[in-house]
Design a protein around this ligand. Structure first.
Ligand SMILES: Cc1ncc(COP(=O)(O)O)c(C=O)c1O
Length: 393
């Protein structure tokens, strides 16, 4: 007999958090583990943002509940951000703020899905999408993409996955875990397909400002008014502003959906922690130079580590365009070492090479592993050296 609901019994633990916990446990036993598991910048939150938060605490502004959907000043700051980076304006009723983009996504699914409604999710995809859809009795319909198509779904694939139950298409560009970015033309085709078939687009743009080597991020919602009306944008300050601990996520979209999401938030968490909201106002509207410094640091790491990773026997990797992950295909490497299961292979790397990676299995990619390069260059170089030594043994 279990006390747990079927909902929880059917849920998987986040593989990234599990991999990071396993690495930490081995470290605690004294093992010299290098962890490339977490999608978290290794920088501390910029000083101007910290100062704004301290000021809000000290002058008493952070002591109280705010409007459940977020401070009006923060919604205005998000509007400024949308004007600057998306090229269009929104009003306060089109914006909602919550505890991380992760909870924003969950709130969105709760708001729009009836039991049985389908969400098309191109894979490899971030670990939480599939389980979140299931948690609200929606049906995730995964569409597999591969290296052959730069891990991008085509309209033909989406159309093949569409049924009369299709309610949402989830699009994450730049992608976690692949780092690939959809081009304007690709987005236009996908957006028009969604409009034609009345499929909502959930655009997870959280890595939109972390793009490298001249690659550009186009928000799908900026392409046309018809596509924008069909799209809910998900974003947050975690990745761009080195603010994972502050838990600031937001959604921007049509008023009906945003007001539904606000209702869910008002009955669950109430407002995002007030101090984080004041920090976010400064993040979005204050000086942006430290953001560019961090972006450049990620770019340098990518450009240093990518050629080294390409030299690891059996690892085949497309150079990512954004986010901070490398997602090598290790099919050949597994064959060379006698593994058929990528999770077992990842465990062997952890045990023998003392490098913690995330198995591709949790992302819907049974031939890949994910390395996060949101860590310092020395650690990255040593980790790749160990991987090479492991493969050459
Ligand atoms: C694609 C993607 N979306 C959303 C999130 C959630 O970010 P947060 O909840 O920290 O705002 C993450 C975090 O890893 C992510 O990789």
């Amino acid at each position: 007999m279990t006390n747990l609901s079927n909902r929880v019994l059917n849920m998987k633990e986040s593989v990234t958090l599990a991999a990071s916990a396993r690495a930490k446990a081995l470290k605690a036993q004294g093992r010299d583990i290098l962890s490339l598991t977490l999608g978290e910048p290794d920088f501390v939150t910029p000083k101007n943002i910290q100062d704004a938060a301290i000021e809000a605490i000290q002058n008493g502004k952070a002591s109280f509940y705010t409007v459940a959907s977020g401070l009006p000043e923060l919604k205005d700051a998000i509007n400024t951000y949308m004007e600057n980076f998306y090229g269009y304006s929104v009003n306060r009723n089109q914006v909602v703020v919550a505890t991380g983009a992760k909870y924003i996504l969950y709130t969105f699914f709760t708001t729009v899905l009836n039991p049985g409604d389908e969400v098309i999710i191109p894979t490899p995809c971030w670990v939480s999408y599939v389980d979140q859809v299931k948690m609200v009795d929606g049906v995730p319909v995964t569409v597999a993409t591969t290296e052959a198509n730069d891990f991008k779904a085509t309209v033909e694939q989406l159309e093949a996955a569409r049924t009369d139950k299709t309610k949402v298409l989830l699009l994450n560009s730049p992608s976690n875990p692949t780092g690939m970015i959809y081009s304007r033309e690709e987005l236009e085709a996908i957006g028009n397909w969604a409009v034609e078939h009345n499929v909502l687009i959930l655009a997870d743009d959280i890595y939109g400002r972390l793009v490298y080597n001249g690659n550009e991020f186009t928000p799908i919602s900026s392409i046309s008014e018809a596509i924008r009306n069909q799209t809910v944008v998900v974003n947050g300050t975690s990745k761009t502003y080195a603010m994972t601990g502050w838990r600031v996520g937001f959604a921007v979209g049509n008023e009906e959906i945003i007001s539904g999401m606000s209702k869910v938030i008002s009955q669950t968490t109430s407002n995002l922690t007030a101090v984080s909201q004041y920090a976010a106002i400064e993040a979005l509207t204050g000086p942006q130079d430290s953001i560019e410094d961090m972006r450049q640091a990620f770019e340098e790491r990518l450009n240093t580590i990518y050629p080294l990773l390409c030299e690891v026997p059996g690892f085949e990797v497309i150079k990512p365009q954004g986010a901070f992950y490398l997602f090598p295909n290790v099919k050949k490497a597994m064959e060379m070492k006698g593994y058929t299961d990528v999770t077992a292979f990842t465990t062997a790397i952890l045990e023998e090479a003392e490098v913690a990676l995330v198995t591709g299995a949790g992302f819907g990619a049974p031939e890949n592993v994910r390395l996060s390069y949101a860590t310092d260059l020395d650690t990255l170089k040593e980790a790749v050296r160990r991987l090479k030594a492991f493969m050459e043994k």
